[in-house]
Design a protein around this ligand. Structure first.
Ligand code: ACO
Length: 371
């Protein structure tokens, strides 16, 4: 039986507090006109003190589980992609596992900067297709407002906080994740980084004095890299799925800069309306930007069951990638197509193990692993 990894639930969570470009102009030397014309961003959300990457991630995950009509106990795996994880360790995914009560799930974080959500979706889909798991929750979550230097106008105008989550489930009906492209170029590591706080530069008064615990970026170089790879990765992933660009109903790009998305549209010779864009209201929410935009696309009726959608992104690392999926709906609406649940397989394997040990006991007079 061929197994497919369908996207069956989705949810987003953003803080209530809005920071407009005019608000920013009170903090650094900038203007609404400059930010809008260079990036397309009008406002972004900023986490309240009691909010964090894990709380936003948990909220998005619970909404996605509700759409999929499944309980947290049915989740086998949680992956959180984040550029602003709660801690170096433990993984933010473990905190989410606890918050949402996913008592049977494994959990880990994935670090691929803004491309992280695409990498994580691909990892979860692979696990589902091999039969290792049945159900995964993949989350992109950020509180980048805690990692930007609010005195650096080159970076603080770009980023925002938020989270988005997808539920992936095994199904024998063709569809779901169809192809993926994951790429990296570590020679560009220094173009976009947060240098201090890891093992290379542990936090000291000196690293804090030098502002090494803030995001540092070579904006122009990242811009040039992004415009090069977005169209290229989209073409590759479409070809890998055996489709053409005409078959793609919607492209949900990483929401970093309107000019980067326009360049990708020109490179692909596609009209602007084939791209989902909502960066004007959220800014660059890194790993969360693609799922937040996808949720809005569903709500606006721009992404419907059966549609072919491409998620494409780039980020620090450098990393870039794309994933093509046929959009699904909640699996609960077609129970006949569900694959047998993993617990039943586990039970069958357990019985086989006990039977083998019983036979070995008859032969050797005791269980081989008994002391
Ligand atoms: N307000 C006013 N002026 C500004 C501001 C600001 N907020 N920021 C920079 N400037 C000035 C610069 O100092 C510069 O002045 P100078 O010429 O006197 O030195 C001038 O504006 C032009 O600066 P550029 O860097 O050339 O501006 P550019 O048009 O490239 O836009 C931007 C800058 C928006 C950062 C752009 O380069 C960009 O979007 N780059 C990609 C960044 C990105 O997407 N990063 C996220 C990657 S995803 C991840 O992994 C987190």
């Amino acid at each position: 039986m061929t197994r497919y990894a369908h996207i069956t639930g989705w949810g987003a969570a953003v803080p209530e507090k809005i920071l407009t470009n005019d608000d920013l102009a009170q903090i650094v030397e900038t203007s609404d006109e400059w930010i809008r014309s260079r990036t397309g961003i009008r406002e972004r959300r900023i986490a309240a003190p009691e909010e964090s990457t894990a709380t936003l991630a948990s909220e998005a995950a619970l909404k996605a589980l509700e759409v999929a009509s499944i309980s947290p106990s049915q989740v086998d795996l949680i992956i959180v992609a984040s550029s602003s994880p709660e801690y170096l360790f433990p993984a933010t995914a473990c905190l989410v596992q606890d918050h949402i009560g996913a008592d049977k799930a494994g959990a880990f974080d994935l670090s691929a900067a803004c491309t992280g959500f695409i990498y994580a979706l691909n990892m979860a889909a692979s696990q589902i297709r091999t039969g290792a798991i049945d159900t995964a929750v993949v989350i992109g979550a950020e509180t980048l407002s805690r990692l930007v230097n609010w005195e650096d106008r080159n970076t603080c105008i770009l980023f925002g906080d938020g989270a988005g989550a997808f539920v992936l489930q095994a199904c024998e009906e063709p569809g779901g994740v169809m192809s993926a492209v994951m790429r990296s170029d570590g020679s560009g590591a220094k173009l976009l980084m947060l240098p201090a706080g890891g093992s290379r530069y542990p936090a000291t008064t000196e690293t804090v004095r030098k502002g090494m615990h803030y995001i540092q970026m070579s904006g122009r170089e990242v811009f040039r890299f992004a415009t090069r790879v977005m169209a290229q990765a989209t073409r590759e992933v479409v070809e890998k799925a055996g489709l053409t660009l005409e078959d793609v109903n919607l492209i949900v790009p990483h929401q970093a800069n309107q000019r980067i998305i326009d360049a990708a549209a020109r490179g692909l010779k596609l009209p602007a309306d084939r791209f989902m864009v909502n960066l004007e209201r959220y800014g660059n929410t890194s790993t969360a930007s693609i799922p937040i935009a996808a949720v809005e696309a569903v709500e606006k009726g721009r992404l419907r069951p059966g549609d072919h959608v491409v998620f494409v992104g780039f980020g620090g690392g450098l990393t870039w990638g794309a994933l093509l999926a046929q959009w699904s709906g909640p699996l609960a609406e077609r129970p006949a197509r569900r694959v047998p649940e993993i617990p039943r397989l586990h039970r069958a394997r357990g019985l086989m193990r006990r039977a083998r040990r019983f036979v070995e006991g008859l032969i050797w007079g005791r269980y081989p692993d008994e002391k």
